[in-house]
Design a protein around this ligand. Structure first.
Ligand SMILES: O=P(O)(O)OC[C@H]1O[C@](O)(COP(=O)(O)O)[C@@H](O)[C@@H]1O
Ligand SMILES: [Mn+2]
Length: 663
């Protein structure tokens, strides 16, 4: 379509800015041709994972093997020429180049090494060429490690059997080996392969808590070339702790100590728990800590003395947590959580707590720091401990960096390629209508409420320190973690108090929001998708948060394919429930695929035995045609860029903007 003078003049300011980047007709035209070409390429591959819960070894392996996709490419290329063991060894090399190279050099006789390098480099180039084939050359070049860009680009585009280039290709490989650059090249090729196989990674919440080292998972995500994160309830809890919310800090430590997982706090983030340990020993040492022992598995290998010490810390921080939560609830009547204040309902004489009109027996009523006259006030020592812990959380450079990354690359939800990515739920009433929330005097529901909640969550970290907005934001991060009908928590209440102190398991109930019943219905899912401007045949809701009981035959796909839950128990503590070790949802140009992962035996096993995580496809939803970039959100962006460049071309040709040939 030809562009009128009017259209160019309307956009002249924007076009002058664009002209700085494309100063001539030639440069603007080249970019248009390049962008137009990309529109016809097959859609990039997206991987979705959720509920990683600190399981860094399994996660790093899954990142390395691209949820099984790399092994598929190796099998595709070499099923007729390499044995199963040789293919497994090649795949392991791609996953762990440094470690596998070390092992190969230890175990391969010197005189055979040269041949091993020649064969291996050739095969890695072929695997790289296969995974690069769906992209333009310029996109592949941008993905290459700068030091090796020229040579790898040459190797990728020089087919071995070309008569006049056969020697040329062989010479490059021979020279690499001769000047002992084989290892560096192998690492560069493996990195490129991993980078090209997954175009975009979505983490749909719950990176933190339970498993050993969420900080290592975060470091790996920060190194990923293209990742976005939809916050989970455990993530916003750590964001609140990093923002300096003492209530979030108390909850973070309660969760970590429950699993005896102090490593992520002390070693990962360099936060000393010494103040808490000393206070706990002083206040609770020698008393009965039966109700506060770390969870089963987490006590293996610890002496009774150590376990008692951790249990004292657990009780100390839990009491502080219940007090501070009472204060937040009093500060925020809009949370409608008054019935969750339980400390003043404890009857020490009878050893019970008043719950839903019943006197429920407590396992422990020994609370020396709780003043019955003012049960939610911290004692002097408790206040001092929390100030010291708050200072440590604020001072942890790595934690602050990780949380800034969660804010920059994350959000409460994400709409991408017709899918709605959301860790928890869109709170609903029983009748399927969007549950309204009072937000500073306004009733908000559905998307408007989620947008409001995300804004307040950002205030918690970015509003002026000590301002009311900052305090509101920090309180809100705690609300999103465990608040009544929070979109990231999706339950009536969190029963931490009851699960710690009451034997009566009826009190442990955490009734789910009606969303978790209604989300089996396609019409409800369609209504939710439309609320976010999505909907139609290729549109899905992707949730994490609730472990799919695969073992009991539960299907991750619900509502006739409109909704997919991908929490497959990546977290070891939940694997007995789900029977698998997590899911990855794969969305490529052929459609959707869900793979479930087998439990991971650890990196050493993987390298020594060439053991992989067996990822089996449990469901596919093929699209009737191969999806092109042009049909995706990225394609939409590219079309807008092309439109701008065509207007710029017109502006040059109409003499409305001068070309600048000086570059
Ligand atoms: O978002 P998630 O992973 O379900 O975690 C929140 C849930 O975990 C719990 O704290 C229980 O945790 P654990 O299973 O680790 O004991 C529940 O009270 C709460 O509903
Ligand atoms: Mn969750």
């Amino acid at each position: 379509m030809n562009i009128t003078r009017r259209q160019v003049l309307d956009d002249l300011r924007f076009l002058k800015v664009l002209a700085r980047q494309y100063p001539t007709i030639q440069s603007a035209s080249t970019e248009i041709i390049n962008l137009q070409a990309i529109l016809n390429l097959p859609k990039g591959t997206e991987h979705f994972m959720s509920d990683l819960h600190g399981e860094y070894e399994a996660f790093l392996h899954i990142m390395g093997n691209a949820s099984g996709a790399i092994r598929e490419k190796v099998d595709l290329l070499y099923q007729n020429t390499l044995s199963q063991a040789q293919r497994a060894a090649l795949a392991t090399l791609i996953y762990y180049p440094e470690q596998k190279l070390k092992e190969v050099k230890e175990e391969t006789p010197q005189e055979e090494l040269g041949e091993w390098y020649r064969l291996t480099l050739g095969r890695l180039v072929e695997v790289c060429r296969l995974v690069a084939s769906k992209y333009t050359r310029s996109k592949v070049r941008k993905a290459l490690p700068p030091d090796f860009e020229y040579i790898i680009d040459e190797l990728l585009h020089t087919t071995y059997d070309e008569r006049n280039k056969g020697r040329y290709y062989e010479n490059i490989i021979a020279t690499i080996i001769e000047i002992e650059r084989g290892d560096a090249f192998i690492a560069a090729l493996c990195g490129t392969i991993k980078r090209l196989v997954v175009d975009r990674l979505h983490i749909v919440g719950d990176i933190y808590d339970r498993g050993p080292r969420a900080d290592i998972v975060m470091d790996s995500l920060m190194a990923h070339h293209c990742v976005d994160i939809q916050w989970g309830n455990h993530d916003v809890l750590w964001m609140g702790a990093a923002a300096g919310s003492r209530t979030c800090i108390a909850n973070v430590l309660n969760n970590s100590i429950t699993y005896n997982n102090l490593e992520v706090v002390e070693n990962g983030y360099g936060i000393s728990l010494r103040p808490l340990a000393l206070f706990a020993a002083e206040t609770y040492g020698g008393r009965d800590m039966a109700a506060f022992l770390p969870k089963g598995e987490a006590t293996r290998g610890y002496s009774p003395k150590d376990i008692h010490r951790v249990a004292c810390m657990h009780k100390a921080i839990a009491v502080i947590q219940f007090k501070l939560e009472g204060q937040i609830i009093l500060r925020n009547p809009g949370f409608l959580m008054g019935e969750r204040m339980l400390l003043h309902k404890i009857d020490r004489e009878r050893g019970t707590v008043r719950l839903d009109g019943r006197n429920v027996p407590l396992k422990d009523t020994d609370f020396p720091t709780v003043d019955p006259a003012d049960p939610y006030a911290l004692s002097e020592e408790e206040a001092r401990v929390m100030e010291q812990l708050k200072f440590s959380f604020l001072q942890s450079e790595k934690l602050q960096r990780h949380v800034r990354f969660l804010y920059a690359k994350g959000g409460l939800y994400k709409c991408f390629n017709d899918n709605l990515l959301l860790h928890g739920c869109v709170p609903l009433r029983e009748d399927g209508s969007f549950l309204p929330f009072s937000c500073e005097g306004e009733e908000l529901a559905g998307r408007a409420f989620l947008d409001y909640a995300e804004g307040v969550a950002r205030q918690g970290y970015y509003a002026q320190p000590h301002s009311p907005q900052r305090q509101q934001g920090k309180d809100y991060l705690w609300y999103l973690w465990c608040g009544k009908n929070s979109p990231l928590f999706g339950r009536e209440r969190i029963a931490t108090f009851e699960r710690l102190l009451c034997d009566d398991e009826r009190t442990w109930e955490e009734p789910k929001n009606p969303y978790y019943l209604l989300y089996e219905r396609p019409d409800i899912c369609e209504k939710i998708l439309r609320e976010f401007g999505l909907g139609g045949p290729g549109s899905h809701i992707v949730n994490g948060h609730v472990p799919v009981r695969t073992k009991d035959g539960e299907n991750p796909v619900k509502a006739g394919g409109k909704l997919i839950v991908i929490d497959g128990g990546f977290c070891q503590a939940y694997q007995p429930k789900t029977g698998i070790a997590g899911y990855t949802l794969i969305y490529n140009s052929y459609g959707l695929r869900i793979v479930s992962h087998s439990p991971f035996e650890g990196v050493k096993e993987a390298i020594r035995q060439d053991r992989d995580i067996l990822s089996t496809t449990v469901l596919t939803q093929a699209t009737e045609h191969r999806i092109q970039v042009g049909e995706t959100d990225v394609g939409q962006e590219i079309r807008e860029n092309i439109d701008g460049l065509r207007k710029l071309l017109a502006a040059y040709r109409m003499g409305l903007i001068k070309q600048d040939h000086s570059h």
